[in-house]
Design a protein around this ligand. Structure first.
Ligand code: GLN
Length: 276
C-alpha cells in the first residue's frame, strides 16, 4: 500500500497506508499491530486495495475515511463539503478571544456552512449560544445537519438552505447576530486549475471559487455586515494568503471596524475580524 502511495507522490505514505488499513479492517491500530505478520483476510485485503486505488487517484483522505477532526471534534465529511482545515481553526481562536464570556446566550451566524465545522464548534464552545447556518448546497446542508446531531448541538442550530448570491438572501435570517463567521470561497477562478490535485479535482467548486479576484463573497458579506452584526458584535472571516488587507479595506468601506489580523499556525495572516 505504502509503495503505491509513494509512487503516486503522496508524502505521508506509511501513515496514510496505516489509516486506510484501519478503515478497511474495522480494527483499531493497536489490534492491527498485535496481529503482526498474520495473514490479512482476503476481504480486508481487497477493501484495502480499493481504498489505496482511490488515494492513488489523489482523492482526499478525509473523503475516503468519511471523517476529519477539527478543533478536536469529529466531523463527518463527504465530497459535498470542503474538508475542514487547521487554518480555519484560527476563526475559532479569534471568535473565542473577541467574545470571552462562554456562558452568554450569544447568537451566531455562519455563512456557507459546509461541514458545519465553524458554527458547530462554536456552539460546543458556547454552551448557551444559538446558531443559524446558511448553505447553498443541499448535499452540504445534509452533512452539516448530521454533524449538528452527532455533536449534540442540533437543538441550538437552525441550519437552512440559502445562497448569498441571490437577492433577498438576508430575509428571514433573524439577525442581528453577536458573531457572524464565514470561510467563504476565496480562490481566484483562474487559479482553480492550479490547486493541488486533491483540492482541484475533488473538493466542491462552490466552496472554492471566489470569482475573478477571489473577493466576490467578501463584497456581499461586507455589504450585509452592518445589518447582520449587533453593535458590539463581530464579523470574523477567513481569507486567502495575501487577501487580508483587501478584505479589511472592504469591511472599512462598508462602515465596519476591522481589527489587526490573526495569523494561522504557518504564520500567514488568515483571519479578519471587524466590529460593528
Ligand atoms: N483553504 C482552501 C484552499 O487553500 C480554500 C478554502 C476557501 O476557498 N474558502 O484550498
Amino acid at each position: 500500500m505504502a509503495v503505491a502511495l509513494t509512487a503516486a507522490g503522496i508524502d505521508n505514505a506509511r501513515f496514510e497506508a496505516r489509516l486506510l488499513l484501519v478503515h478497511a479492517s474495522g480494527l483499531t491500530i493497536e489490534q492491527l499491530v498485535a496481529r503482526g505478520t498474520d495473514a490479512v483476510p482476503v476481504a480486508v485485503a481487497e477493501a484495502a486495495r480499493a481504498l489505496t486505488a482511490r488515494r492513488v487517484r489523489r482523492e482526499p483522505m478525509a473523503y475516503i475515511l468519511g471523517e476529519r477532526e477539527f478543533w478536536g471534534l469529529p466531523f463527518k465529511v463527504t465530497p459535498a463539503v470542503l474538508v475542514p482545515r487547521p487554518d480555519s481553526e484560527t476563526v475559532i481562536e479569534a471568535a473565542l478571544s473577541l467574545l470571552p464570556e462562554r456562558e452568554r446566550a450569544w447568537r451566531i451566524l455562519d455563512l456557507g456552512l459546509g461541514s458545519g465545522c465553524l458554527l458547530l464548534t462554536l456552539l460546543r464552545e458556547y454552551p448557551m449560544a444559538h446558531g443559524v447556518g446558511l448553505e447553498a448546497s443541499p448535499a452540504a446542508l445534509a452533512v452539516a445537519q448530521a454533524n449538528a446531531e452527532g455533536l449534540g448541538v442540533a437543538g441550538r442550530a437552525a441550519l437552512r438552505a440559502g445562497d448569498w448570491r441571490e437577492p433577498g438572501w438576508l430575509d428571514g435570517l433573524g439577525g442581528p447576530f453577536d458573531l457572524v463567521v464565514s470561510n467563504p470561497p476565496y480562490i481566484e477562478t483562474a487559479a482553480l486549475d492550479r490547486l493541488m490535485p486533491e483540492v482541484q479535482a475533488f473538493e466542491p467548486r462552490l466552496a472554492l471559487d471566489g470569482g475573478s479576484d477571489g473577493l466576490a463573497a467578501y463584497r456581499t458579506i461586507a455589504a450585509a455586515g452592518p445589518k447582520l452584526v449587533t453593535s458590539g458584535g463581530f464579523l470574523v472571516v477567513e481569507g486567502g494568503e495575501g487577501q487580508i488587507p483587501e478584505i479589511s479595506a472592504l469591511f472599512s468601506r462598508a462602515g465596519l471596524r476591522p481589527l489587526a489580523p490573526w495569523k494561522d499556525l504557518g504564520g500567514i495572516e488568515r483571519v479578519v475580524a471587524a466590529g460593528n
